[in-house]
Write a protein that binds this ligand. Structure first.
Ligand SMILES: Cc1cc2nc3c(=O)[nH]c(=O)nc-3n(C[C@H](O)[C@H](O)[C@H](O)COP(=O)(O)OP(=O)(O)OC[C@H]3O[C@@H](n4cnc5c(N)ncnc54)[C@H](O)[C@@H]3O)c2cc1C
Length: 365
């Protein structure tokens, strides 16, 4: 059983279309027919892509891979009895299972409740929730605060600047005390800082909080604020821990180098919901995508009962391309970073090629 149609499971399905799947009836459980490719979300927010451009159709992909698709969500898991229950109350049993459900929202826990907050997670429904907010608050927003200094927050700040370029909207980026892009090299942060100044996006490297209903960062009151887009990283869903799977301190499923659960080796997990215990692997789409082929091979081995499980070995550095919109991007690789139109073109090419690779699998003509 595959739970969740995240970036890693897309790789599993693609691998099974190309190489053949395991000799076992397999079900994919996903609440949505489409998986949203996160790399293209800021481009859709900016209005550079149509809604359907950055999504992958699970119906077609699952069919080609010989996998049954159940449109539902996993609500609870019993790893001993090898069953899950779904949001619709169905009970589904499995022998071997792989979990790739991404992360859940953090903003409510960190900031509290405020109707102006739109959390980017769950990623699959972000664009729909942003559109809902826009319908309930028609017109051009006066002031948008983007919370989160990681790649997602930075790209969304540039995307919102572009989306509301013709109005008088102000965009403010609040990174938290960890600062701007602390996971990427110093040079990447220098280039991003310069571009934020150029695009007139104030940067506040303080924690955002809500005090008596008012939005505050450090000592600064930011009101009036119409919208807070929160990109604060992934929180773990509760059901894996509640079901008794071994998890790390933050509730993410603890896995080994084969992506196997430390407590239940017949269960694998990958992407943002998993936490490698033998080494640090950051939560990112790049790693989720690259684990796909490893998961696909290991699921084949587990079903066949053969040894030879593969390990996921992340490369020493990964290429990140942060679009600053208007055709440009910042390319970041370890300590190196550069900005230009060539990086923007490279990002668009990589993103489009990745999404169309699935379309080609399901519709080869
Ligand atoms: C705006 C933005 C831009 C980003 N850009 C980049 C980038 O350019 N490069 C990069 O490396 N990373 C990027 N990231 C990070 C990246 O999006 C995540 O690390 C990546 O999506 C994680 O993939 P995943 O497979 O873990 O899960 P996801 O892609 O989040 O997919 C999880 C899937 O599981 C489904 N699901 C959830 N709960 C359940 C359930 N209970 N039962 C069944 N199914 C369920 C969801 O509907 C979803 O389809 C970005 C993040 C954001 C917010």
């Amino acid at each position: 059983m595959l739970i969740g149609g995240g970036h890693a499971h897309l790789g599993v399905l693609a691998d099974w279309v190309r190489r053949g799947g395991p000799e076992a009836r397999t079900t994919l459980i996903s609440p949505h027919r489409y998986t949203r490719y996160s790399g293209m979300i800021p481009g859709t927010v900016a209005g550079e892509y149509d809604d359907e451009h950055g999504r992958i159709d699970l119906v077609a992909l699952a069919e080609q891979a010989g996998v049954e698709l159940l449109l539902d969500r996993c609500a609870t898991i019993d790893p001993e009895q090898r069953t899950i229950t779904t949001g619709d109350g169905r009970s589904v049993s499995f022998d071997i299972c792989s979990i790739d459900v991404g992360g859940v929202e953090r903003a409510k826990g960190v900031l509290g409740m405020d109707p102006r907050i739109v959390d980017v997670r769950p990623i699959g429904s972000f664009l729909a929730r942003l559109a809902e907010w826009q319908t309930s608050s028609p017109g051009v927003p006066g002031h948008i605060v983007v919370a989160g200094g990681g790649a997602g927050g930075v790209e969304l700040a540039f995307a919102l600047r572009r989306r509301f370029a013709s109005g008088s909207s102000r965009i403010t980026l609040v990174t938290g005390q960890d600062g701007l892009l602390d996971d990427l090299g110093r040079r990447t942060a220098v280039l991003a800082r310069r571009e934020l100044v150029r695009q007139d996006i104030p940067l506040i490297e303080e924690d955002l909080r809500i005090e008596h209903g008012a939005i505050v960062a450090g000592q600064q009151k930011l009101e009036p604020v119409d919208l807070i887009v929160a990109s604060l990283g992934a929180a773990a869903p509760r059901w894996p821990k509640e079901g008794g799977l071994a998890v790390d301190d933050d509730g993410f499923i603890a896995v080994d180098r084969h992506q196997r659960s430390l407590s239940h080796p017949h269960i694998l997990a990958a992407g943002d919901v998993a936490a490698r215990q033998d080494r640090r692997v950051p939560h990112s789409g790049v790693h989720a995508v690259h684990t796909g082929a490893v998961l696909a091979a290991n699921l084949r081995c587990l079903v066949a009962g053969t040894g030879g499980l593969r390990s996921y070995r992340p490369r020493p550095a990964s290429l990140y391309l942060l679009s600053t919109r208007s055709g440009k991007a910042i390319a970041s690789y370890g300590p190196f970073a550069a900005q230009g139109r060539w990086a923007g073109a490279l990002k668009r090419w990589i993103d489009r090629r990745w999404v169309t690779s699935f379309a080609k699998l399901t519709d080869p003509v």
